[in-house]
Ligand binder design. Structure first.
Ligand code: ATP
Ligand code: MG
Ligand code: MG
Ligand code: MG
Length: 439
């Protein structure tokens, strides 16, 4: 992509409305545009990152055996009356009427709808386990939308729903999602800690929030430092092997970790003083076993091996991709701007032409640009006539992992500078060596 053809509305000034660094940087880097309270458009740079985040989520959901579907955003109130949640949900639900005066709503979540799909088709235990997910916009009329896309009213969610014949099956499904989440966040360059979360009237211990430690986080959390060095399950994890998955979950639930509501002072005193981490955190994912909460009132049942009907045992598993984009920035930035982990960077490389119009610089940039494109690398070529200082500032602000800097002096002796955004290190590289490494 040539910057001269791109839409990157960079802001020079710090936007006054932004209270936290991720919100400030997303606005300054031209990633998002606020449209109303808690409602944002995603501009080209932001959309690219959001897509990369969703791609990782998809790959890891699929690897764990979940199947992607897509359900509508607007739902019928009647469905929610069946589960009893139409009245219970309260003011966070945006209620709408259609032209026939029928009650509709903008979905804040999809348990009812997916249960309706399940009960319409699935009749036998032989069709289980089943895990259906989608990545779709949600609307929650938050009392206090703030921090940009971190707590917005319209936001993207990946929500998966599992169906099993009994609690044992549901627990295995829960564990698969647990392990899938560990891999998902790690691939985005994040350290997410699974913390015991409130199960409310459902009871049991099958609810975990995945938390990123950050000063700007809205939750108070308590955990053992051991989490920071636990090994994350690898690519060849076998999701069909319940014992292997169970072992990983045991390892990742043994050290102490709890959110505010679940904090247990007695257990906390047993954690060695030097291991105690009491911090603020951002909830980026939440997995929850709810058993028959929806299957019973909505009549979702299957015939078991015993020939009898069983209400299915369910769970739901959410991740907030839009919140994640902000959380990644909270975890990875410096005074000059964003520092994208390579896996979610909007472009792999920024190519900076220090002197457009100079025949040597232009020719070398075109050559490098073509080589990156050919190698399938996403490259943003700054071919604009801005001053070098402004170009460097933009490159640092938008945080591409690598910057390749082409200037007249280097063109003379066949070299370019390559800067690593994270370390700030600049290496002079021979053009031919760089070209060879691109292929
Ligand atoms: P919170 O405690 O922050 O209000 P929640 O517990 O209400 O979140 P869940 O119902 O567990 O959220 O939804 C699953 C995921 O969706 C959350 O873990 C979070 O990543 C994301 N999410 C929830 N609410 C918002 C929001 N208002 N803006 C952006 N992402 C959100
Ligand atoms: Mg909430
Ligand atoms: Mg929460
Ligand atoms: Mg939650």
């Amino acid at each position: 992509m040539r910057l001269s053809r791109y839409f990157l509305p960079i802001l020079k000034e710090n936007p006054r409305e932004a209270e936290i660094v991720s919100h400030r940087l997303m606005l300054r880097a031209g990633m998002i545009r606020q449209q109303a309270a808690g409602s944002f458009s995603w501009l080209p740079l932001g959309k690219k990152v959001l897509d990369k985040v969703c791609k990782i989520i998809r790959e890891e959901q699929n690897r764990a055996g979940a199947l992607e579907i897509l359900m509508p955003t607007i739902q019928s109130a009647d469905l929610w009356r069946e589960s009893g949640r139409y009245d219970d949900y309260g003011k966070e639900m945006l209620r709408i009427k259609d032209r026939h005066e029928r009650d509709m709503l903008f979905g804040p979540t999809n348990e009812e709808m997916v249960t309706e799909i399940f009960r319409s088709y699935v009749r036998s235990y032989k069709d289980l386990p089943l895990n259906l997910y989608h990545i779709q916009w949600k609307f929650r009329d938050e009392v206090r939308p703030r921090f940009g896309v971190m707590r917005s009213r319209e936001f993207l969610m990946k929500d998966a729903y599992t169906f099993d014949i009994d609690f044992e099956g549901a627990r295995a499904a829960y564990n698969r999602m647990f392990v899938s989440y560990l891999r998902t966040f790690t691939r985005m360059g994040l350290q997410a800690i699974p913390m015991r979360a409130d199960t409310g009237p459902i009871g049991g211990d099958l609810s975990h929030e995945f938390i990123i430690l950050a000063e700007t986080g809205e939750s108070q959390v308590f955990c053992d430092r051991d989490y920071l060095s636990l090994p994350v399950p690898g690519e060849n994890t076998d999701f069909t092997n319940d014992a292997e998955i169970d072992g990983i979950v045991k390892e990742w639930t043994t050290p102490y970790a709890a959110t505010d509501e679940m904090h247990d002072e007695a257990a906390w005193t047993k954690v060695p003083e030097t291991h105690k981490l009491s911090a603020r955190g951002i909830e980026v994912g939440h997995i929850f076993h709810f058993g028959e909460k929806y299957s019973k009132p909505m009549g979702a049942k299957v015939t078991g091996p015993d020939g009898k009907d069983h209400f299915v045992s369910g769970g739901s598993y959410g991740i907030g991709p839009s919140r994640l984009v902000a959380a990644i920035i909270e975890a990875s930035h410096d005074d000059n701007g964003i520092i994208w982990p390579e896996a979610v960077a909007p472009f792999d490389v920024g190519l900076i032409n220090m002197k457009p119009g100079d025949a040597g610089c232009d020719a070398l940039c075109e050559k490098l640009y073509a080589a990156y494109e050919k190698a399938g690398k996403d490259v943003l070529y700054d071919d604009t006539d801005q001053r070098p200082g402004a170009k460097f500032a933009t490159a640092d602000l938008i945080g591409l992992p690598w910057q390749v800097i082409v200037g007249p002096r280097g063109v003379g002796d066949g070299t370019v500078e390559v800067k690593n955004r994270r370390t700030g290190e600049r290496d002079v590289r021979k053009v031919e060596d760089l070209l060879a490494s691109v292929e």
